[in-house]
Design a protein around this ligand. Structure first.
Ligand SMILES: Cc1cc2nc3c(=O)[nH]c(=O)nc-3n(C[C@H](O)[C@H](O)[C@H](O)COP(=O)(O)OP(=O)(O)OC[C@H]3O[C@@H](n4cnc5c(N)ncnc54)[C@H](O)[C@@H]3O)c2cc1C
Length: 505
């Protein structure tokens, strides 16, 4: 089968986009120039909004089984405890927010879970396969050159997604500037190790160099003695990327020799790189994830933002390939550029707090959870009401526990799972449309506890159209407005769709 979409890069961004395309029946290839899958814990902080995305992708159970909540961190002087606390205190789930706390899963494991989901959909990552160049024409497609084992393959596709990381070949080939800075003054050594002599239920840290540097262990869910180490290293010394260097630095910081490090599986010297591409699209070629924006890890946002880029782009590409108007693709950049700007602002502010040694530098609040990110100002947000106060079109569609016609519990998020648009009709007078999955709240779905009414807060006779990526697209009481809106975002004429395409949730 010839691919309709080529994805360069099989990190979390490319994998998410690939799943979104494959589960809509789009022929997709995903290539990675690496000869083996990545092993580092890297982006291990899974934000609440990302957990919701992963529920829709069908992998949240594996993610939950493979992770842990934010551990309690202890600081010591030698073996005396001097401080303890958490990045954020865990809070209880709410009807509208089922996963309110960050969840920590090593990135290599998240990628493995996404790859398995993609394989279930019939698509395998092609390793040792690098995108080395491409050309596009405005109307028909992209001709890309792949290199594998010294040989070249020329591929013709309708669209190319550059999910090829911070050094993106796709971005460079398009000549798109990556505006921002790399701070050579700041560094952090990160390493995945196994450690004897520490309580794995906790994080542990010591100060170095009279408080100017830090040596910390955060437990990893991958094993009972697995930790990620973070340290700036000893001032004035060029850090050596070795287990021996880490052991010596630990002993210097803690004064203890009973904590033994072994089995180093990943180590990197990280410098803050804060950059954003000037554009996320050029014709039939899109940039997503780190290829489009790179973040300091302070906010735990990079992987999360990349997954959501892939999630935003995947359904749109599939819709346009299925016959929806091509203008739908303009909304990718219009929606994701402001989000990337906002998220970069958050993680940069947190990095500054770290560098300034602010007392609350390790505290995380709602700004990092990505639940409040909205596409209100984007081209797909249409709201009939002039005086709406709470939820409006463009916002994340909240969850709400309800009951089905047999009195069984059903959450709105369960209705959203899958590749479709969902119409929530509040009252029998609300407009309906057979092109989408439609539910009447009050008949078929019962808002027995009032959660849906509270979260959506719309008058009877209103329909709320929820996009495939879980944002409110339209709020209307007009059937004509609903039909016109759907004409912009899905293939309305059956003969325009590919009849051979199958869809799996
Ligand atoms: C030390 C560290 C800590 C981090 N901590 C966090 C955190 O706590 N939370 C968080 O959200 N994020 C964190 N991040 C960021 C997170 O790891 C990245 O944002 C995330 O990996 C981006 O995913 P991606 O798929 O866009 O790119 P990547 O994961 O970089 O994947 C890009 C892929 O493209 C491949 N590739 C490159 N060029 C080509 C080519 N020409 N052809 C084919 N394939 C190619 C690469 O081999 C790679 O597999 C951290 C990153 C680092 C380095």
């Amino acid at each position: 089968m010839n691919a309709e979409v080529l994805i360069a890069g099989a990190g979390p961004t490319g994998l998410t986009a690939a799943i979104e395309l494959a589960r809509r029946g789009v022929a997709v290839r995903i290539v990675d120039r690496a000869d083996q899958f990545s092993v580092g814990s890297r982006g291990d902080g899974m934000q609440p909004r990302t957990q919701e995305v992963l529920e829709d992708l069908g992998v949240l159970d594996q993610i939950r089984q493979s992770g842990i909540g934010a551990p309690l961190m202890r600081m010591y002087a030698g073996d005396e405890v001097t401080w303890e606390g958490r990045m954020a205190e865990p809070v209880d789930p709410r009807p509208d927010v089922p996963y309110p706390n960050a969840w920590f899963v090593p990135q290599w494991r998240t990628e493995q879970i996404l790859r398995e989901r993609l394989a279930d959909l019939g698509v395998r990552v092609e390793l040792s396969t690098a995108l080395v160049g491409f050309e596009q024409d405005a109307t028909t497609g992209v001709t890309a050159t792949l290199e594998r084992d010294g040989g070249a393959e020329v591929v013709r596709v309708s669209y190319l997604v550059g999910a090829d990381g911070g050094r993106s070949v796709v971005r460079k080939t398009l000549g798109i500037s990556f505006v921002g800075e790399t701070d050579e003054q700041v560094r952090m050594l990160l390493a995945d190790v196994r450690t004897d002599g520490l309580n794995h239920d906790l994080g542990h840290g010591w100060m170095l160099d009279d408080g100017r540097a830090f040596f910390g262990f955060t437990p990893l869910a991958s094993g009972p003695d697995h930790y990620v180490i973070a340290t700036q290293g000893v001032a004035g010394e060029e850090p050596d990327l070795s287990l021996d260097y880490l052991q010596r630095t630990l002993e210097k910081a803690s004064g203890r020799t009973d904590i033994r490090l072994h089995d180093l599986t990943w180590i990197t010297l990280w410098r803050p790189n804060i950059r954003m591409a000037e554009r996320f699209r050029d014709g039939r070629v899109f940039l997503a994830g780190d290829a489009a924006h790179v973040h300091p890890p302070t906010g735990g946002q990079g992987l999360n933002t990349g997954i959501q880029d892939g999630y935003n782009l995947g359904w749109k590409l599939a819709a346009v390939l299925g016959g929806a108007p091509a203008e739908l693709l303009d909304s990718y950049e219009a929606e994701r550029v402001p989000v990337a700007e906002q998220v970069l602002g958050v993680s940069t502010t947190l990095l500054k707090k770290h560098l300034d040694g602010d007392a609350d530098a390790n505290q995380r609040g709602e700004e990092t959870q990505q639940l409040g990110l909205s596409y209100r100002q984007g081209p797909l947000a249409v709201d009939d009401r002039s005086n709406a106060t709470g939820l409006v079109a463009g916002d994340r569609a909240p969850d709400a526990p309800c009951l089905d016609a047999d009195g069984r519990p059903v959450r709105l998020f369960e209705l959203f799972v899958g590749p479709h648009w969902t119409l929530l009709r509040f009252g029998s007078a609300a407009p309906d449309n057979s092109a989408v999955e439609s539910y009447e709240i009050g008949s078929g779905i019962f808002d027995a506890y009032g959660h849906a009414a509270r979260a959506y807060d719309v008058p009877a006779g209103t329909s709320v159209l929820v996009r495939p990526d879980g944002y409110v697209g339209l709020v209307t009481s007009s059937a004509a407005t609903l039909e016109a809106y759907l004409g912009r975002v899905i293939a309305m004429e059956p003969e325009l769709s590919d009849p051979g395409r199958t869809v799996s949730a």
